[in-house]
Design a protein around this ligand. Structure first.
Ligand SMILES: [Zn+2]
Ligand SMILES: [Zn+2]
Ligand SMILES: [Zn+2]
Ligand SMILES: [Zn+2]
Length: 231
C-alpha cells in the first residue's frame, strides 16, 4: 500500500474528522464535554476502558468498553467489523497469558485461558496487548488501554468511538480509486485495482477480493464486515 495514504477518522461523539495522531487527544476532551452534560441523579455511571486497536498503520479503532465486557465480546466485535471470513481461531495475548476461543471449545493444545474473562479483571490503564485472528493467513491487531473512566453506558457495552474512514487507495494502473485487491499481487503491494483495470488484469478476476475498509482486505476469503457496529 502506498505510504502516502491518509488515515483519518470521524469522532462518533461530535461527528468531526481528525487525523489518526490527533484522535486520542480529541476523544479525551470530547468525552469530558459529553460527560459534563450527564444527569448524575438519573444516569448511573459504569467503569469503562478506552482502548485503541490498530490492525495496520492505516486501520484503527477507538473503542469504549465497560469493565463487565469479556474478552470474547471484544473478539466478537473485532470479528464483526474487521476480521471474520470463515470462522478461524483467535486469541488475545495479555502479559504473557493467552486467552483463546480454542480453549473455550476444549481444542487448545496450549495452556490457554478462556476468553470469558472480564476486561475489568485483566486490563489496566497503559497496558498493551495483542489479538491474533487465523493462524494460517494471520491478521494481528495491537491494542492499548488509553485510559480508564466512567460513562453512563449499559453495564455490559462496547461501542466504537472512532474508526478510520475508508482509505483512498489508488489503482496501481491508473490512479483511480481501487475497488478490488488481487490476492496474488497484493503481497508485493501491487494488487490494488479499479473496476476497469481489474478486467484487464493478468491474474483474472477470480483472484480478486473487494478492497474493503479492514486490515484483512485481500486475505483468505474476506469480503467485508458489518456496517452496524453497535454491540
Ligand atoms: Zn468529538
Ligand atoms: Zn478465512
Ligand atoms: Zn485502474
Ligand atoms: Zn494479480
Amino acid at each position: 500500500m502506498a505510504t502516502k495514504v491518509k488515515s483519518e477518522g470521524k469522532c462518533r461523539l461530535c461527528g468531526k474528522k481528525f487525523s489518526k495522531g490527533a484522535m486520542a487527544n480529541h476523544l479525551r476532551s470530547c468525552r469530558e464535554k459529553s460527560t459534563a452534560k450527564w444527569d448524575t441523579k438519573t444516569q448511573r455511571k459504569t467503569r469503562t476502558f478506552h482502548i485503541v486497536v490498530e490492525g495496520s498503520p492505516y486501520h484503527w479503532l477507538h473503542v469504549e468498553a465497560s469493565a463487565e465486557v469479556t474478552l470474547a465480546d471484544l473478539d466478537n466485535l473485532l470479528r464483526r467489523i474487521w476480521l471474520e471470513c470463515c470462522g478461524h481461531c483467535s486469541d488475545f495475548e495479555i502479559e504473557g497469558t493467552r486467552y483463546s476461543g480454542a480453549s473455550d471449545m476444549g481444542w487448545s493444545e496450549f495452556d490457554d485461558e478462556s476468553m470469558d474473562k472480564r476486561l475489568g479483571n485483566v486490563l489496566r490503564k497503559g497496558m498493551k496487548f495483542r489479538h491474533t485472528y487465523d493462524y494460517g493467513t494471520t491478521t494481528e491487531c495491537q491494542l492499548r488501554v488509553v485510559s480508564e473512566g466512567a460513562a453512563p453506558v449499559k453495564k455490559r457495552s462496547v461501542q466504537i468511538l472512532a474508526r478510520n474512514e475508508p482509505l483512498d487507495i489508488p489503482c496501481i494502473e491508473c490512479d483511480k480509486p481501487a475497488r478490488h485487491v488481487c490476492t496474488e499481487c497484493m503481497w508485493d503491494g501491487e494488487g490494488w485495482l479499479c473496476d476497469d483495470c481489474l478486467d484487464k488484469h493478468e491474474c483474472g478476476d477470480e483472484m480478486a477480493l473487494p478492497a474493503v475498509n479492514s486490515p484483512r482486505a485481500g486475505m483468505c476469503a474476506y469480503t467485508g464486515g458489518d456496517e452496524d457496529e453497535e454491540f
